[in-house]
Design a protein around this ligand. Structure first.
Ligand SMILES: CC(C)(COP(=O)(O)OP(=O)(O)OC[C@H]1O[C@@H](n2cnc3c(N)ncnc32)[C@H](O)[C@@H]1OP(=O)(O)O)[C@@H](O)C(=O)NCCC(=O)NCCS
Length: 391
C-alpha cells in the first residue's frame, strides 16, 4: 500500500446562504470551487493540473446549479478535460467521503495525485429541493421525522440534552471561532474571494460570515424552536444556512517527494456508518466506535477532534456518549477553533472543511499529537469518521 499524504487544503470563507444578505449571493457554487482549485495550484506550482488523476467532489444536493458540479465545475473553471471527475453524495459526509475515496485510490496505487472537495450553496439549492422520496419510505418512517430540525429535537429528548447546555455550546462555539478569526488562525485555509456586502458593493471576503463577536445569553433564552411547538432547538443551536467550498490536494508520499512538496500528516483510516435516520445526528457515535474498533485507537490517542456541529443537541449527545471531551462546553480538544454553529455548515462542504481545519488545528495547537480525528453526521442516517496521522 502507498502512503497518502495531505499536501494542501483550502476553503472559501463560509458565507450566509441568503439572496439579500449572503456575501456570496452573486456567485455560483462552481465559482466557489474554482477559487479553491486556483489557490491549490497557485500554492503548489510543481503540480500540473493535467497530472491530477481525478477530482472527487462531495455535495449534498446534486441538482440545479450543483448538478454534476464535480465535472461541470472543473470544466467551467478552465481546467483540463483529460482529468476525470466524480460528483458524489451521502449528504453531509459527502466531502469527507470524497477524501476517503481519493485516499484509497492513492493507497491502492491506482492514483498518485487526487483532488477531494466539497461544496454547497444552501440558498441556490435549498435543502430538499427536487427530492422525490420513495413512497415505500412512508411505511417505514413518518416523513416529518426525517426533517433535520425534527431529528435534532428528537436527539435532545432521547439523550436528555438540556436547553441551557445547547445555548452554552452555541456561545462557546462563537467565542472560539471569533477568537480564532481575530488571531488569524484560519489564514492558512481561507482563500479570500470577491463577494458583495449587504449594500451590494463588491468586497473581498476573507472571513466566515456567521461568526458573532458577542452573544447575549438572555436573548438565547427567549428564542423559540422553529421546528416543533415547545421544542428546545433554536436558530442559535442549529448550524445556519451557508454557502462555501473546500478542496484538498492528496498525493502518494512518493509523488509528493518527487515534486519536492512538503507534508506533515498522512491519511490514516476512514469509515462510514449508518444509524436511525430519525436521530441522524448521533451518526458519529457508531462511526467513531467503528473506527476505534477497526484501528485499535482510543480517545486518549487523539490530540484534536473536529466534530461537525450540525446542531448542539446532536454534538453534545455524541461528545457525551463517546466520552470525547468535557460533557459541556467549553471543550478542550473538540472544535478548538469553534464549530459549525458559528462557522456555518454548507452541507457537502463540511466533511472536507473539518479535515482541513483539523490539519491546521493539529499543526498550530497540538504539534506533538500523533492522531487527529474528524467526524460528522448526515441526513437520513449517514455518518463518517476519519483519522489523520502525523508523519
Ligand atoms: C434554524 C433555521 C431554520 C433558522 O433559520 P432563520 O430563521 O432564517 O435564521 P436567522 O439567521 O434569521 O435567525 C433567526 C433569528 O435568530 C437569531 N439568532 C440566530 N443565531 C443566533 C445566535 N447565535 N445568537 C443570537 N441570536 C441568534 C437571528 O439574529 C434572528 O433574529 P432576528 O429574527 O431578531 O433577526 C436555519 O438556520 C436552519 O434550518 N438550520 C439548520 C440547517 C440544517 O438542517 N442543516 C443540516 C444539518 S444536518
Amino acid at each position: 500500500m502507498q502512503e497518502c499524504v495531505f499536501v494542501d487544503g483550502v476553503r472559501t470563507p463560509n458565507a450566509r446562504a441568503h439572496f439579500e444578505k449572503g456575501w456570496f449571493r452573486n456567485l455560483r457554487p462552481d465559482e466557489l470551487l474554482t477559487a479553491c482549485y486556483d489557490a491549490i495550484f497557485a500554492r503548489n506550482k510543481a503540480v500540473d493540473p493535467e497530472k491530477v488523476d481525478a477530482v472527487l467532489v462531495g455535495v449534498a444536493n446534486i441538482s440545479g446549479c450543483q448538478t454534476d458540479i464535480g465535472r461541470l465545475g472543473w470544466l467551467a473553471g478552465g481546467y483540463p478535460e483529460c482529468v476525470p471527475s466524480n460528483t458524489l453524495t451521502n449528504q453531509c459526509p459527502s466531502g469527507m467521503s470524497a477524501i476517503m475515496h481519493a485516499a484509497r485510490a492513492i493507497m491502492t496505487g491506482e492514483a498518485d495525485i487526487m483532488i477531494a472537495a466539497g461544496v454547497e450553496d444552501m440558498e441556490k439549492v435549498p435543502m430538499g429541493a427536487n427530492y422525490d422520496f420513495p413512497q415505500r419510505l412512508g411505511s417505514r418512517y413518518n416523513g416529518v421525522d426525517l426533517l433535520m430540525g425534527s431529528t435534532a429535537e428528537k436527539v435532545a429528548e432521547v439523550y436528555g440534552i438540556a436547553r441551557d447546555d445547547m445555548d452554552n455550546m452555541a456561545i462557546w462555539s462563537h467565542k472560539k471561532a471569533y477568537a480564532a478569526q481575530q488571531a488569524g488562525k484560519f489564514k492558512n485555509e481561507i482563500v479570500p474571494i470577491k463577494g458583495v456586502d449587504d449594500a451590494g458593493n463588491e468586497m473581498l471576503v476573507d472571513k466566515d460570515q456567521w461568526v458573532r463577536e458577542t452573544i447575549d445569553p438572555a436573548k438565547l433564552k427567549t428564542m423559540q424552536s422553529p421546528f416543533k411547538p415547545g421544542g428546545t432547538v433554536t436558530a442559535a443551536t442549529s448550524s445556519p444556512l451557508t454557502a462555501g467550498a473546500c478542496a484538498l490536494l492528496l498525493m502518494s508520499r512518493k509523488k509528493a517527494d518527487e515534486l519536492g512538496l512538503s507534508y506533515s500528516y498522512r491519511y490514516h483510516y476512514g469509515v462510514l456508518a449508518g444509524c436511525d435516520p430519525t436521530v441522524m445526528g448521533i451518526g458519529p457515535i457508531p462511526a467513531v466506535k467503528k473506527l476505534f474498533a477497526k484501528t485499535g485507537l482510543k480517545n486518549s490517542d487523539i490530540g484534536a477532534i473536529e466534530l461537525n456541529e450540525a446542531f448542539a443537541s446532536q454534538s453534545l449527545a455524541c461528545i457525551r456518549e463517546l466520552g470525547l471531551d468535557n460533557p459541556n462546553a467549553p471543550f478542550e480538544k473538540v472544535n478548538m477553533w469553534g464549530g459549525a454553529l458559528a462557522l456555518g455548515h454548507p452541507l457537502g462542504e463540511s466533511g472536507a472543511r473539518i479535515v482541513v481545519t483539523l490539519l491546521n488545528v493539529l499543526k498550530t495547537e497540538k504539534p506533538e499529537a500523533r492522531y487527529g480525528m474528524a467526524s460528522l453526521c448526515g441526513a437520513f442516517g449517514n455518518a463518517g469518521a476519519l483519522t489523520v496521522e502525523k508523519i
